[in-house]
Write a protein of this length. Structure first.
Length: 256
C-alpha cells in the first residue's frame, strides 16, 4: 500500500513539475521581443516546450533515491572488501579505474550526441510545422518535393546519429565485459594465492567474490541512471538557454 502511495505521489509531483516548467517556458516566450522570433524557428520552440521539458523532468525521485542507495552500497562493499584483504581491494580498485574512465567518457560522448540529436529533432519539427502551417504557399509554388527532401534529409541524420550511438554503446559494453572478466581473474588468481598462503580462508574468498560482484552490479546500475541524468541535463540546458535570453525591449508589466 505504501509503495503504491509513493508511486502515486511521485507521478503527481512529476506532473506538477512538468506543468510548472511548461508554464514558465511559455510565459518566457511571450515576453520575448520580435527580433528573437526572427532568429528562432517555431518548430524548434515547440520541440523545446514539449519534448525537451518532458526529457528534463524524466529523472524521478526514485532515481535520486536509487543513486543515494547505490553510493551507500558501494561504500559498504568497499569497507567489507578492504577489511578482508586490503591488497586485493587495491588491485580491484586499479582494475576499476579504466571502467570509471569509460563511464566518464561515455557520459561525455552521450551528452554531445544527445544535444546534436535534440537539435536535429527540433530541426525536423521546424520543417514539418512550417511546411504544414504554410501549406498554401507550398502548394502555390509547387515545393512539395523540396520540403519532402528536407524532411527526409533531417530524418536520415537522426537515424545516423542513433546508429552511431548504438555502435559506440556496443563497443563500450564489450570493453566493460572485458574489464569484468579481468576483475574475476584477479580475484580468483590472487585470492587463491592468499588462501594457499593462509592469509584468508576459502569462505572469506567467496565473500570477497560476492562483494566484488555487488560492486560490479552497482556500477552497471550507475550506468543506467547516468544516461537519464545526462539526457535530462542536456534537455534542461536547451530550455534555460531560451528562458535566460533577455529581450532588448522589455514589457512594462509582463504579468498583466
Amino acid at each position: 500500500m505504501s509503495s503504491a502511495q509513493e508511486m502515486h505521489m511521485n507521478r503527481v509531483l512529476s506532473r506538477k513539475i512538468q506543468e510548472k516548467m511548461k508554464n514558465d517556458f511559455f510565459r518566457s516566450l511571450l515576453e520575448k521581443d520580435i527580433e528573437f522570433f526572427d532568429t528562432k524557428k517555431t518548430g524548434d520552440l515547440i520541440s523545446r516546450l514539449t519534448m525537451d521539458i518532458h526529457q528534463a523532468q524524466n529523472v524521478s525521485t526514485d532515481d535520486l533515491a536509487n543513486s543515494i542507495r547505490i553510493v551507500f552500497e558501494l561504500a559498504a562493499s568497499a569497507f567489507v572488501l578492504f577489511s578482508m584483504s586490503s591488497t586485493l581491494t587495491i588491485l580491484l580498485t586499479l582494475v576499476a579505474l579504466p571502467k570509471t574512465y569509460l563511464f566518464w567518457y561515455r557520459g561525455k560522448m552521450q551528452r554531445e550526441l544527445g544535444r546534436k540529436s535534440m537539435e536535429a529533432q527540433s530541426a525536423l519539427s521546424s520543417i514539418s510545422v512550417e511546411a504544414l502551417s504554410n501549406i498554401r504557399l507550398v502548394k502555390a509554388f509547387s515545393t512539395e518535393d523540396k520540403e519532402a527532401k528536407n524532411f527526409s534529409k533531417k530524418l536520415g541524420l537522426i537515424g545516423s546519429m542513433q546508429s552511431d550511438m548504438q555502435l559506440k554503446n556496443i563497443v563500450f559494453s564489450f570493453l566493460n565485459i572485458i574489464i569484468g572478466r579481468i576483475k574475476e581473474a584477479i580475484v580468483l588468481f590472487y585470492g587463491g594465492m592468499l588462501v594457499i598462503e593462509g592469509k584468508i580462508t576459502a569462505g572469506e574468498l567467496s565473500t570477497i567474490m560476492i562483494y566484488a560482484n555487488n560492486v560490479t552490479g552497482a556500477f552497471d546500475r550507475i550506468k543506467g541512471l547516468m544516461e537519464k541524468y545526462v539526457n535530462a541535463s542536456t534537455a534542461a540546458e536547451r530550455i534555460f538557454e531560451i528562458m535566460d535570453h533577455q529581450p532588448k525591449i522589455k514589457l512594462k508589466n509582463p504579468q498583466a
